[in-house]
Design a binder for this molecule. Sequence first.
Ligand code: NAP
Length: 242
Amino acid sequence: MKCALVTGGSRGIGRAICEKMATMGYYVLINYKSNTDEAIRTLELVKQAGGDGELIKFDVADKEQINEVLGGWIKAKDDKLIEVLVNNAGVRDDNLMAWLKDEQWDNVINTSLNSFFYVTRLVLEGMVFNRYGRIVNVVSLSGLKGLPGQTNYSAAKAGVIGATKALAQEVGRSGITVNAVAPGFIRTDMTEGLDEKELKRNIPVNRFGTPDEVAAAVGFLASKAAGYITGEVLSINGGLYS
Ligand code: NAP
């Protein structure tokens, strides 16, 4: 059975990606950290989309949990193969650099950058063995441009962009592509409280984006049709920055 693992699949962009993976015929592994009710809701939506899947709860910022839960799943389910990995889980914890606390730096780097390494390394072995795989990393405009108040988040996302380009070159021969999508402002819990009316003035398409619009691009990069695209970063920001 072919699976798609989506980290941070319980809400927002990750949920829309889970639904997209279901429409593409994948058995969806919905990762989340703590919000079980929302993760169950995502699984319901996956089923409504005609697919199936399961919840896989682990904290992507914790390498022991990744190895125990995801590593355990991979060992136990040798009839199932993770063909698509979407590294989507992320948090922001903003502050000006001068006031940024150690915990704020560590939390954001662990969740968005270190998770990429620990999760992807585990999944990669099966992809290499199968000589096929699609890895899509959800980064951010912040990792391309840098945003004030987000040195931690910008560094984490820029780190994933560098790793995307490097890994793409390592595994291309094995039929595996590695790409990233870089959303601008997307309507989710993460951007709740931001003033869309004010901020949209700077966005050429004059609005925030939707999770489905990000999921559509991820779906394409995860498809067989995108086999000649690797090491790319696709901006999804309504023209805000390119
Ligand atoms: P969101 O609505 O806040 O949802 C975050 C998701 O990540 C939830 O499913 C959450 O699980 C999960 N998560 C957070 N920390 C985790 C951890 N340590 N381990 C496992 N799962 C964890 O965020 P979003 O807006 O959909 O963002 C998704 C991705 O897009 C992130 O990487 C974010 O940086 C990126 N992005 C978002 C925007 C935007 O405008 N929204 C723009 C650029 C980039 P729980 O439900 O269990 O908490």
